[in-house]
Ligand binder design. Structure first.
Ligand SMILES: [Zn+2]
Ligand SMILES: [Zn+2]
Length: 133
């Protein structure tokens, strides 16, 4: 059984997607600080409390230990609960959270453990903002 998040604050990434006749839910936990093991590491915040999304580091709010973004993101684990669009099998798996470009879109590809078909969970595309007239 996969560990379910208690709150969204624990998560680095979360999505729920319809895929054909199936669906997939993906969640990725934030990493616990390797130094103090007391807190979850996240991107630093500015003085107003807003996350600096472009920051190249992740910091621990307890001990201020920081690691580069690349290192932090290199071994995140994706928890996936899915209903296979092909065979309707309901499965749960853990895979490295690494998205590959498939047809130009960053995609997390998993395989149904029953029928072996690919289940592609694409990165949500940002809706283009409507231009003000
Ligand atoms: Zn720490
Ligand atoms: Zn299947």
């Amino acid at each position: 059984m996969l560990k379910e998040p208690k709150s969204m604050k624990e998560l680095r990434y979360h999505t729920f997607r319809d895929i054909g006749d199936g669906e997939a839910r993906v969640w990725v936990f934030k990493r616990t600080c390797s130094e103090c093991k007391k807190a979850l590491m996240s991107k630093p915040r500015n003085k107003k409390g807003k996350t600096k999304v472009r920051s190249k580091i992740y910091v621990c709010p307890e001990c201020e230990h920081s690691i580069p973004k690349k290192e932090y993101e290199a071994d995140l684990v994706a928890n996936v609960k899915y209903t296979c669009p092909e065979c309707k099998h309901k499965g749960e798996i853990q895979v490295p959270f690494k998205r590959k470009k498939i047809k130009g879109i960053k995609t997390l590809r998993i395989k149904c453990e029953k029928c072996d078909s690919n289940i592609d969970i694409t990165k949500k595309l940002k809706q283009p903002k409507k231009k003000k007239k």
